[in-house]
Design a binder for this molecule. Structure first.
Ligand SMILES: [Ca+2]
Ligand SMILES: [Cu+2]
Length: 253
């Protein structure tokens, strides 16, 4: 969900606000704010908790969305994403739905566009270039998030399925899926963490290769971070939207 649309639903349910802080990539935080931070995540010291960081101020109180209204909304917990979806009469996609949509018809390639990270020498998603987490050369044009339409859409016409910001799915996390549910599976009935898909601008093969179509990761439902957002799914088309007839993708099937 992009910031512009998220703003339509003025939220008093944002968990990051309730908790008072949220995780931000240290190198994105101003020197001024860094001075007052005295802790980090032991296993991932580039994450620092920033007081007052939430979707409107993604790197803390001295940051804003002015030039980022078409970027993905960040710092939204799974719980809040679900609330937002309800408000919008929609829901989060299941993990299976997300992966199906992400592949865009490309069943046997690493990425929706093929097996190589670049296509025709061009970057296809907003990821990390350089030495993670020390140096981001931003060769793809973006050091942090980018507009959701900055890179070409996949075979289903869907934008931003890879990189930029992780996206929540509806499902509970399990390491291994059972083979019992092959048809539109909805994941385990209970769990501790929720599945996220897609990877983010912080992904680099050397550390996190989870921007592949088949890759996945997880966080607890109350987690908020500066590289984690969501998109909505729906069982019916929004009013005024028609299915494309004879589209390229339909012919492919
Ligand atoms: Ca980038
Ligand atoms: Cu990653």
């Amino acid at each position: 969900f992009i910031n512009k649309k998220f703003k339509l639903c003025i939220t008093d349910f944002i968990e990051a606000e309730k908790f008072g802080d949220s995780f931000v990539l240290e190198s994105r935080v101003s020197k001024e704010i860094q001075k007052n931070i005295h802790q980090a995540v032991a296993a991932a010291p580039w994450w620092v908790p920033v007081k007052g960081a939430y979707w409107r101020n993604p790197e803390g109180p001295d940051s804003n969305l002015t030039d980022r209204m078409d970027h993905p909304v960040l710092h939204v917990s799974w719980n809040d994403a679900v609330e937002f979806c309800k408000w919008a009469n929609k829901r989060l996609p299941t993990e299976a739905e997300f992966e199906y949509a992400m592949k865009g018809g490309s069943d046997d390639t690493l990425y929706p566009w093929g097996n190589k990270l670049k296509k025709g020498g061009k970057f296809m998603a907003n990821l990390w270039q350089g030495n993670f987490p020390v140096k981001n050369t931003a060769k793809d044009g973006y050091e942090g998030t980018c507009p959701v339409t900055a890179f070409p859409p996949n075979g289903y016409g869907l934008y931003n399925m890879v990189g930029n910001a992780w996206e929540w799915t509806a499902d509970w996390w399990t390491i291994r899926h059972t083979k019992d549910f092959q048809d539109n599976p909805t994941g385990p009935l209970t769990g501790k963490d929720k599945v996220k898909k897609g990877g983010s601008y912080m992904c680099h093969k050397s550390y996190c290769y989870r921007y592949r179509s088949a890759a996945r990761s997880q966080n607890s439902p109350d987690t908020t971070a500066s590289n984690l957002g969501f998109r909505c799914a729906a069982d019916s088309l929004p009013e005024g939207v028609k299915l494309l007839k004879n589209s390229k993708n339909e012919n492919k099937r």
